[in-house]
Design a protein around this ligand. Structure first.
Ligand code: MCA
Ligand code: AMP
Length: 476
């Protein structure tokens, strides 16, 4: 494999491949994708930013490729996002139209995506520094921020992963992850298109769908830890994955027992890798290196990392001492859209990105992610969810006087969202439904505890560490 261009679609433009992408029941050849995307590109050329409702469908793949051909920035929108989240994404991004499917109540123009249309006009290669995607991701406070990902960063991120995992056009990538985050979209779709490997998208990441994808020839599988823990609970499906080459876990910590069980049932030792929407993937175990349970490995090609203590000092690389993880490399984002303050805050004065994660590094350079610096960023099912965004929606419900949201340990989801609420005139189910209807469904609390008061310190600040220390098991 030789990827020299900074075009994220470079390899997809090669010889035809009859089954380049299978998504659900539909199979698209490279010709199908590039022909339909070319026809779309012709119609949207000149636009700046477009929104794509990121359903796992052929139309989404074509909308994305068409926009990349035309040099138009794509804003993927979670398909189940409620009005509050969707309106924020659309107004903040300034998306000018929807490509393909659009919500019924939209006021934006809708450009249809015609899967059977064809156009072979060649489009000049857009500037590598142009922004390919704005991906919305939660912060500790406020509404989600738009992460600007350039074509150059995507090419660098995919190439570094391909090198670490020896991912080539001979692979068949299989996964069923959502198409509005780095994991499912950038690695999981752009990665396959750039590396030139076939892609099977299973629509949902269920154990049975992954087993079917293995039987259909999948060699490289992506999943978040919740997906892998559900797979090892279904032994028959897990064993079917034994024909694969690599099983890759990321987006949250893979519990060691799940790692071990994957190895027992499939005969394959999982690859763990670490990244963020802002950084793509920066650290990974390698196909030709050690794969140690609980550790995410070494910086990938082009990446440097360092640990800083609270005063900005160096932290020894002894595998035990922990510090704030900082990274730099060619796959990093270009900043947050419309948020120069947050962008500046994210970098150190000497040019390192502050991940907000706490980590340890051992003598050999292996990294272990210990957790987040703030309790206000929750990882549930591999989704990053800001407590503040949910609290704002809860406080908008009549009768809610105070709300504090935390992530509590959960064997299935890693963390489950729990809301502590003060007020009256509502019940638990009503508040869960209220959040699910305003934001994306995965941001709903799994549990609401109606309490008399919230623990506060002398300054009146809610002491979330006390709430998060709660070890009551889920009420299922
Ligand atoms: C439940 N449902 C509801 C409600 N409650 N619908 C409407 N209103 C409600 N109140 C429905 C849902 O629509 C869904 O239906 C079903 O219940 C289950 O939903 P949910 O419980 O949310 O899903 P889950 O089964 O718990 O999902 C687990 C999951 C998911 C599949 C693992 O969390 C997932 O896809 N995670 C991937 C996250 C990810 O890709 N993260 C990458 C970001 P139905 O099933 O019928 O639709 S990280 C990243 O990009 C970086 C760089 C990295 O490191 O990779
Ligand atoms: P997101 O931007 O949604 O990708 O979330 C990024 C965050 O996910 C990181 O800052 C980490 O807290 C967490 N994360 C990603 N990969 C891993 C991993 N392999 N182990 C532990 N945490 C991870």
């Amino acid at each position: 494999m030789l990827l020299t261009s900074l075009d994220p679609l470079a390899v997809a433009r090669g010889d035809d491949m009859p089954d380049a992408v299978r998504i659900g029941d539909t199979t698209l050849s490279r010709t199908d994708i590039l022909g339909a995307a070319g026809a779309l590109a012709k119609r949207i050329g000149g636009a700046r930013r477009v929104a794509v409702l990121a359903t796992p469908t052929p139309a989404t793949i074509i909308a994305i490729v068409g926009s990349l051909l035309a040099g138009v920035t794509v804003v993927p929108v979670p398909p189940d996002s409620g009005p509050a989240e969707r309106e924020h994404i659309l107004s903040d991004s300034g998306a000018q139209a929807w490509l393909g499917q659009a919500p019924d109540d939209t006021t934006l123009p809708v450009v249809p995506v015609r899967v059977h249309a064809r156009d072979w006009h060649t489009h000049p290669e857009p500037n590598p520094s142009s922004i390919a995607f704005v991906l919305y991701t939660s912060g500790t406070t406020g509404a989600p921020k738009g992460v600007l990902l350039s074509r150059r960063a995507i090419a660098a991120g995919v190439d570094a992963m391909a090198e670490a995992w020896d991912w080539t056009s001979k692979d068949v990538l299989a996964h069923g992850l959502p198409l509005f985050h780095v994991h499912g979209l950038i690695l999981g779709v752009m990665g396959a298109l750039r590396v030139g490997s076939r892609l099977i998208h299973t629509v949902k990441p269920t154990p049975k769908a992954y087993a079917d994808a293995a039987r259909a020839g999948g060699t490289l599988f992506f999943g978040v830890p919740t997906v892998w823990s559900r797979i090892v609970e279904d032994e028959e499906s897990a064993r079917a994955l034994g024909t694969a080459r690599l099983l890759v876990s990321g987006s949250a910590a893979l519990p060691v027992p799940v790692f071990e069980r994957m190895r027992e049932l499939t005969g394959l030792t999982p690859i763990e890798r670490y990244g963020m929407s802002e950084t793509m993937l920066t650290i990974s175990t390698r196909v030709d290196g050690e794969r140690r349970p609980g550790w995410v490995g070494l910086p990938v090609r082009g990446v440097e990392t360092r640990l800083r203590d609270e005063r900005g000092g160096d932290v020894p690389h002894d595998g035990e001492s922990i510090g704030g993880l900082q990274v730099r490399g060619p796959m990093l984002f270009d900043g947050y859209l419309n948020r120069p303050d947050a962008t500046e805050e994210a970098w150190t004065d000497d040019g390192w990105f502050k991940t907000g994660d706490v980590a340890a590094i051992d003598e050999g350079g292996f990294h272990r992610i210990v957790g987040r610096e703030s309790t206000d960023l929750i990882k549930s099912g591999g989704f990053r969810i800001g407590a503040g965004e949910i609290e704002t929606v809860l406080l908008g419900y009549p009768g809610v006087k105070e709300a504090a949201v935390v992530g509590l340990p959960d064997t299935d989801l890693g963390q489950r969202i729990v809301a502590f609420v003060v007020g009256d005139g509502f019940d638990e189910a009503t508040l869960i439904e209220h959040v699910a209807s305003q934001l994306s469904v995965h941001k709903r609390p799994r549990e609401v505890r109606i309490v008399e008061s919230l623990p506060r310190n002398a300054m009146g600040k809610v002491q979330k560490k006390l709430l998060a220390a709660d070890s009551t098991p889920p009420a299922s």
